[in-house]
Structure formats: C-alpha cells, structure tokens
Design a protein around this ligand. Structure first.
Ligand SMILES: Nc1nc2c(ncn2[C@@H]2O[C@H](COP(=O)(O)OP(=O)(O)OP(=O)(O)O)[C@@H](O)[C@H]2O)c(=O)[nH]1
Ligand SMILES: [Mg+2]
Length: 419
C-alpha cells in the first residue's frame, strides 16, 4: 500500500499524558481526541477508550505507551498515553523521553500518589520544562476546599522534581463526563486543547545541528522489515542519507535511510522534533534496530561506558531510598531512551551518600551509553518499580517479605545531569 506523502504545514509537539495508575489518563486522551474531532475536525479522529487500550496491547499483555495523532489549527500533536501499570516501565520511560511537554493527570479524590511523583521525575529527566496539570474526576470530588488542597499538593510535588510547580496551569475537570459528551464538562477539555494549541511553548529545536535521533522501540512490518520508532532530537535527514547507529554491540553500524514515516504518512525528509518511523539498509539488507539506539550523522557523537555526573539522591519523602548508597552501588541508569546497569563510584574520601545529598560521582556502565554533557538521567534500584519489604523492625505494620509493595517507594533513587 502506498502511503500519502507528509506535508510539513505546522510545528509538531509530542505531549506525554502521565499520572498514577487508574487516575484517568486514557479516558482524558479519549475525551481530548473526541473534542478535537468535533470542534476542529481537520485530520482528527475521535478514539474510544477501547481502541486506545487495544492499541496499547491490553488486556492480553501489560499495556505500552501509545502515540495518538491529533491536530489543532496551529500544531500537529502526538499524544502519548502512558500506562500506569509498571510491567513495561522501561519501554514507557523510553517513550516518555521523547516528549516535549506533559499533561500530568491527577485524580482529584485520590490526590498525589507515589507514581504521580515518579512520572513527574521521569518527565523532568526527559527534559520536559513545560507542563499542565489536569485534576480529573472532579465530578466525584466537588468540595472546592479539597480541590485547592490537592492543587497545592501537586504544585509542591512538581517543585520537588525541579519542575515549575508555581507556574503550571492547573485545570479542573472530568475526563469521563467529557468523554461521555456531557457539555457541562466540555470547558476544561477545551481549555486543555487551547493550552496545547498555543500556551505550552514549543521547545527550542536545533534543525541545523548534526543529525541525531533516538529510537524508543522497534517493530517488524511484513514486507518492510525492522522499523525503528523514535524522535529526531536535532538536525535534518533525507531518504538516502548515511547514518551511524550508536551503542550497539557491532559498534558503528552504518546504513542508509530507505524510508521515513511520519504520522502514518511517508516523508522524504525529517527534522528536529519529528516523531519518526525509519528503515535503514546496508546494501540490500535491512539493518536491525532496537530501543535505545541512537542514529547520528557519521562521526558526530560517540558512545561511552563512563561518565562524570552531578547526582542528587532523593529523600524518602520524594520516593527515594531509606538507606544510604555506598561506593560501587549498582543501579539502573535511564538516560534518554536507553538504559544500562551503572556502578556508582563516589568521590575519594566519601564513603556513602545519604538521601538528600548532592554529589559529583563517576558512573561506569555495563553497555555503551550516548551521554553528551547536560543529559539528564534517572538512577533506579531495579526496573519494574516494585520493592518488597522484608519483615523487620521499622517497617510499616503489616509489611512482609514478598507480599506487599512499599507505597512510599517510587523506585527512583537519584536524578542527575552529565557534566
Ligand atoms: N467518575 C469518573 N471516573 C473516571 C474519570 N476518568 C476516568 N474514570 C474512570 O477511571 C477508570 C480508569 O480510567 P483510565 O482512563 O483507564 O485510567 P488510566 O489512568 O488510563 O489507567 P492506567 O492506564 O491503567 O494507569 C475507568 O473506569 C474510568 O471510567 C472521571 O473523570 N470521573
Ligand atoms: Mg491508561
């Protein structure tokens, strides 16, 4: 099937829709696509929550993040519906690393929960600087005193994550009621569309720098081969150009771009900010691509297994560890769409890092990472976000080894920036 050719008529913005499990993200994405399809028409299509869940792979497997295309008169939007379930933490973090702005969904009756903080941290690590908060389920929590309290709590949690908590717009609405077509609940959705259309600024892009794109996942298309899905971070590239694939075992694999796909249309060239599907070939062979691969202009960047970074260890209240970190501690480092086990070497003379401390440390990676200076990353104890407590003195009452999850623990033990 030949695809329609993509025409670049307006800027592209990728929006991460995040929040605690079951707070109403998918319903909000459904309500927003419905609103855009009814009000703006254009190329918009209303997605039902059943369709969104099917796209995410649920219920037969743990849901993954889904990128839903939408558009406003001034922008093309990619709405990334992130699942709250933790089974796919690694792939959701990879998808989230490609977002420009975020909408943090918080259920008004439930307020801030551990995953709310966790996703806010992940968004901050992904380089998101502008976001909006949507207090959903306001049909269930109508007391304005309570809503004010929740709003204060969300702002404080965002400030803890180095996000502009004081300035974020906070909308109060109900995704479900709007999704069901209740006109009384339409204004907050329309305000959200307005924010995405104009008020959340487009991030500064660098279309003239050396090309770099990060792949968030791969898929196999029959008759085509392996398609790498990701986003262009910098520069421009056209079909036929040469690129280097960084960070793989067969280091420095090089190939040529066979085809690009953008918003389900084919494109002859892509530029910074575009969410892309790409097929690379070497001779007549389609190159295998995978999550975390970085495509660059040949020679523009190098992968490394060692980096110096400034790291802040989170406090227990922020979802961090209860205990200190000693030198040679091993954690999983998530930077951009890539992750690797990292050994933490604390500075000479420092035997341990307490929660809340900021230190300059050396990280040694098990597999090559692409970490230009300024890259933000998360250090997590484990990948899935679960921690089971051993029954011992000091544990919350009722917690036993292997039976329950620690509600305070988000899994992220530190956040950092490469120096
Ligand atoms: N009353 C009410 N219920 C809602 C609202 N939004 C979502 N729900 C309900 O909350 C449940 C979970 O909604 P989802 O949209 O699937 O939540 P989610 O955040 O996408 O869940 P995960 O992807 O599993 O994290 C569903 O039963 C929704 O009908 C709302 O605004 N009001
Ligand atoms: Mg969902």
């Amino acid at each position: 099937m030949t695809r329609k050719e993509f025409t670049r008529d307006r800027p592209v913005l990728t929006v991460g829709v995040l929040g605690h499990q079951g707070h109403g993200k998918t319903t909000l994405v459904g309500a927003l696509t419905r609103h855009l399809a009814l009000r703006h028409r254009g190329g918009n299509r209303a997605f039902t929550t059943t369709e969104l869940l099917a796209l995410a792979g649920a219920p037969t497997q743990a849901p993954r993040a889904v990128l839903v295309p939408a558009e406003t008169p001034g922008r093309r939007l990619g709405l990334l519906d992130c699942p709250g379930a933790r089974g796919r933490y690694r792939s959701v973090l990879a998808a989230l690393s490609q977002c420009d702005v975020a909408v943090l969904v918080v259920s008004a009756p439930a307020a801030v929960e551990p995953q709310t903080r966790e996703w806010a941290l992940a968004a901050a690590a992904a380089g998101v600087r502008h976001l909006a908060v949507f207090l959903t389920r306001c049909d269930e929590a109508t007391d304005s005193g309570w809503l004010d309290e929740v709003e204060r709590e969300v702002r404080a949690a965002l400030l803890d994550c180095d996000l502009p908590g004081d300035d974020v717009p906070v909308l109060r609405g109900s995704g479900l009621r709007a999704y069901e077509g209740d006109l009384a609940w339409e204004p907050p959705i329309s305000a959200l569309a307005e924010l995405l259309e104009a008020e959340l600024p487009l991030p500064a892009r660098d279309p003239d720098g050396p090309f770099r794109a990060t792949l968030e996942r791969q898929c196999l298309v029959s008759g085509v081969g392996v398609v790498g899905l990701g986003r262009v971070d910098r520069g421009r590239l056209s079909v036929g150009d040469r690129v280097q694939v960084l960070g793989r075992r067969d280091a420095d694999a090089e190939g040529r771009v066979k085809s690009f796909e953008l918003f389900r249309q084919s494109a002859a060239a892509v530029e910074a900010g575009d969410p892309i599907g790409v097929v690379l070939t070497r001779g007549s062979v389609v190159l295998p691509l995978a999550r975390g691969d970085v495509l660059t202009a040949p020679g523009a960047l190098q992968a490394t297994t060692r980096a110096l970074a400034s790291v802040r260890f989170l406090t227990t209240q922020e979802g961090g560890r209860h205990r200190p970190v000693f030198t040679n501690h091993r954690a999983q480092c998530f930077a951009s769409a890539r992750d690797s086990t990292a050994t933490l070497r604390l500075p000479e003379g420092t035997s341990m890092a307490m929660p809340g401390q900021v230190l300059t440390i050396t990280l040694e990676f098990q597999r090559p990472m692409v970490l230009p200076a300024g890259t933000r990353f998360l250090l997590r104890d484990g990948c899935d976000g679960f921690r089971y407590l051993r029954a011992r003195k000091g544990n919350p009452p009722g917690w036993h080894w292997g039976t329950k999850r620690d509600p305070l623990w988000g899994g992220t033990c530190a956040i950092g920036t490469v120096l």
